[in-house]
Structure formats: structure tokens, C-alpha cells
Design a protein around this ligand. Structure first.
Ligand SMILES: [Zn+2]
Length: 395
């Protein structure tokens, strides 16, 4: 299997500026050669050539926060308790939708019944058209908080066991969720967030001891404070992060995965589906809080990796471009939004062979009919997606 993406503007994600009139040769799933189109030594008539003129080639995009078990939309939570056969079939379809939108690697950060682990395995084996998936199995949360279909714990030993069980089940990373009590579940004198500093330290220790990364859901001020100081690998959502939290994240090298698409979509549904006023206001507050936190994180120099939370909130799959647009709206340069979606995401996920276009790396590539460095919305103009050197749709 050999192909040449020819005479294209190349943004390789290594930190160099985009270069015009470049060619990239792919052989057996890897990038074999990168250089000026005029210097390519092979014979064009004998291999598959893809015309790159008026196009930009970038590394395959990475979405660090998806849930292929859910479709998003106005009733996203209810969809997680659909019958298992429906969830499983949908996950396959949504993973393909995601791939076609340019996502060649995704972190699936929580699914009921460990569906994401099975999906990641099928993707790895080439049984389905899907991104390269790194899966957290089931969310881990304190009993009485968060969603009932998470893996719930109360005692430290239960928490340690939950993490061990996820690892034994084949998870690639650990996902914990800090959240306040569900209505009526709060015991007398209990703190707002029962998954506290001490318990999170246990989770971080247990995951890191086993060589696993840990992602932490935090979307209220107290949870954000706890998570920012805990040394987790990534803080997911992070609305209401304040200056001292952002400082701690810089110090701890904790990535922020902002998932702004969720609040954007939530506000859309709040208006379009005519939610009650109180829910509309909540959507507005969350969206505002998220934008302030991301703007602050950009200024403070927090490492940022792109994540949409497609399926886990109101955001739909296949719309990664929207998240990049929102990052740029919050003050990020298009170049930095691309970094967040490629090399920065690769560093967070631990994908050393992906995330940049360099000789020897895995050929996960996206060809665009536009220039995302001029307008980030060019990420919507997908001309072709390549995963492991194969053009999606021509596997
Ligand atoms: Zn999520």
C-alpha cells in the first residue's frame, strides 16, 4: 500500500510554519517521505496520487473526550440507559461518524457496561471503521453523586478496587468524576463533594502506580479546586477554574480538556427545545463559566488538549471543528488550536507515534479544502481522512 499526497500545503504539527508545495509519501501505514513536491524521486504514474493543490494537510485530529456509547442531543443522559444492543450498535456508527470528521484518535472517557473497551478492541483489530480509541471503561464516582450507571464507591478500599477492576477489564486509562450530591442523597453533615482531596490522592496514586493516566471530571468550583491541585493528568470540563487553580495546573503539568462544545450545544437545545427558564439560565451560566476559564487558562499557559465531550453531553459526534472554533473565540491562535487537537492531545494520551507528520510516524492524516491557519473553520472542509495510511472509505 503506497500513496502520495502531492503538491499540498503542509502543516506538520512539529512547530514549523506551514510549507507550500510539499508532498507526503505513505507506505504500509507509515509516513515514508516528506519533502518538496519537486524533490520526490518516485514515479507518479505507478502509484496512487492524491492531488493536494489548494489544500492543506494536517496530522489526524484527536478528540480527548468522547463517549461513543451516547449520541448527545437534548436527552443525552437518558440515552446511556438505552438497551445494551442499541448502545453497542450506535457506538460503532458514531465512531465512524467521528472518524469521517477527521478524528483519527479518540479518548473514550466513560461508557456503561465497558462498551468503550470492546469498541477500542474492535477498532484496533480493524473490525470496524473507527478512530484509534483509548478507552476508560466505566466512570468511577462516589455513591450518591453523579450518574447511577457509573462504578460507585464509598470507602477507600472500594475506590482502589474499582480502579483495579477497570485496569483488569482492559481500560487504557482511568476516569474519575468529582460531583456534588444527587437530590436527596446527601447524608447529614456530609461535605459538598464527597470525592475529596484525600480520596482523589488515592485514585491518582493507584492509577499512576499501575502506569495508567487519570482523567478527572470537574465542573463546579469546589471540584475544580480539588482536581487542579491533585496531580491528575487531565482535568475535564473545568468551568469555574480560578487563577490559583490554573497556577496549580501549570505547576502540576495537568492538561485542561475544555469540552466547550457541550455548553454551546446545551444552550442551542435550551432555546430550540424550549426548556424551562431555569435550565436555560443554567446552560447560559455554564457556557459563560467555561469561556472565562478557558480564556484564563490560555493566558496562564495551562496545557490544553482538545476534547468535545460528544455523546457525554448535548454535543453531537462528528463536529470537532466546532470545539476548535470555540477555542479560537476564547483567544487561542488557530495554530495553537491545531496543536491542542494534534500534538498536545497526543502528548496527553501518550501517543508517541501519532500527532505530527514526520517520517516514520503512523500515517494518520487529514486533507482539507482550505487553510485552517487562516480560518479554523476550514476544519469543516474535509477532503480526505487517512488512518494508518488508508483513506477512510477505501479500506
Ligand atoms: Zn464526558
Amino acid at each position: 500500500m503506497q500513496l502520495l499526497i502531492d503538491d499540498v500545503q503542509l502543516w506538520d504539527g512539529t512547530g514549523s510554519v506551514a510549507q507550500p508545495k510539499m508532498s507526503v509519501e505513505v507506505r504500509d501505514g507509515r509516513i515514508h517521505w516528506v519533502g518538496p513536491a519537486s524533490q520526490w524521486q518516485g514515479s507518479r504514474p505507478t502509484i496512487r496520487v492524491i492531488d493536494g493543490r489548494a489544500r492543506t494537510l494536517i496530522p489526524g485530529l484527536m478528540d480527548c473526550h468522547v463517549h461513543y456509547s451516547g449520541p448527545g442531543g437534548p436527552e443525552w443522559i437518558a440515552r446511556f440507559t438505552d438497551p445494551l444492543p442499541e448502545i453497542s450498535m450506535r457506538a460503532i456508527e458514531l465512531a465512524e461518524t467521528s472518524l469521517r470528521s477527521g478524528v483519527t484518535t479518540a479518548r473514550d472517557v466513560g461508557a456503561p457496561h465497558g462498551v468503550s473497551i470492546r469498541l477500542a478492541r474492535a477498532a484496533r483489530a480493524g473490525e470496524i471503521r473507527a478512530p484509534n480509541i483509548r478507552a476508560a471503561g466505566t466512570w468511577i464516582a462516589h455513591r450518591g453523586t453523579y450518574v447511577s450507571f457509573a462504578r460507585l464507591f464509598e470507602e477507600t478500599s472500594e475506590l482502589r478496587n474499582a480502579i483495579k477492576t477497570e485496569i483488569e477489564s482492559g481500560a487504557d486509562l482511568i476516569k474519575v468524576a468529582l460531583a456534588s450530591w444527587n437530590e436527596g442523597a446527601r447524608p447529614q453533615d456530609a461535605p459538598d463533594i464527597p470525592f475529596d482531596k484525600k480520596l482523589l490522592a488515592v485514585a491518582v496514586e493507584e492509577a499512576h502506580k499501575a502506569g495508567f493516566k487519570i482523567a478527572c471530571h470537574a465542573n463546579d468550583p469546589t471540584s475544580c479546586r480539588i482536581a487542579a491541585h491533585a496531580g491528575v493528568d487531565s482535568l475535564e470540563h473545568g468551568m469555574f477554574l480560578e487563577a490559583q487553580d490554573l497556577e496549580a495546573m501549570v505547576k502540576n503539568k495537568t492538561y485542561l480538556v475544555p469540552t466547550m462544545s457541550v455548553w454551546d450545544a446545551m444552550l442551542y437545545y435550551a432555546r430550540a427545545v424550549d426548556w424551562p427558564e431555569i435550565r436555560k439560565r443554567r446552560a447560559e451560566d455554564l457556557r459563560h463559566g467555561s469561556r472565562v476559564a478557558v480564556t484564563g487558562a490560555i493566558k496562564a499557559g495551562v496545557k490544553i488538549a482538545l476534547g468535545t465531550d460528544a455523546g457525554g453531553g448535548a454535543a453531537r459526534h462528528g463536529r470537532i471543528a466546532r470545539e476548535a472554533e470555540l477555542m479560537v473565540e476564547c483567544g487561542m491562535e488557530p495554530h495553537d488550536a491545531l496543536v491542542a487537537a494534534t500534538s498536545s492531545a497526543a502528548a496527553l494520551i501518550g501517543e508517541s507515534e501519532r500527532g505530527t507528520i514526520e517520517e516514520g510516524k503512523i500515517a494518520d492524516l487529514v486533507l482539507l479544502d482550505g487553510n485552517p491557519l487562516e480560518s479554523i473553520s476550514a476544519l469543516r472542509l474535509i477532503a480526505a481522512v487517512f488512518r494508518d495510511g488508508r483513506r477512510v472509505g477505501q479500506i
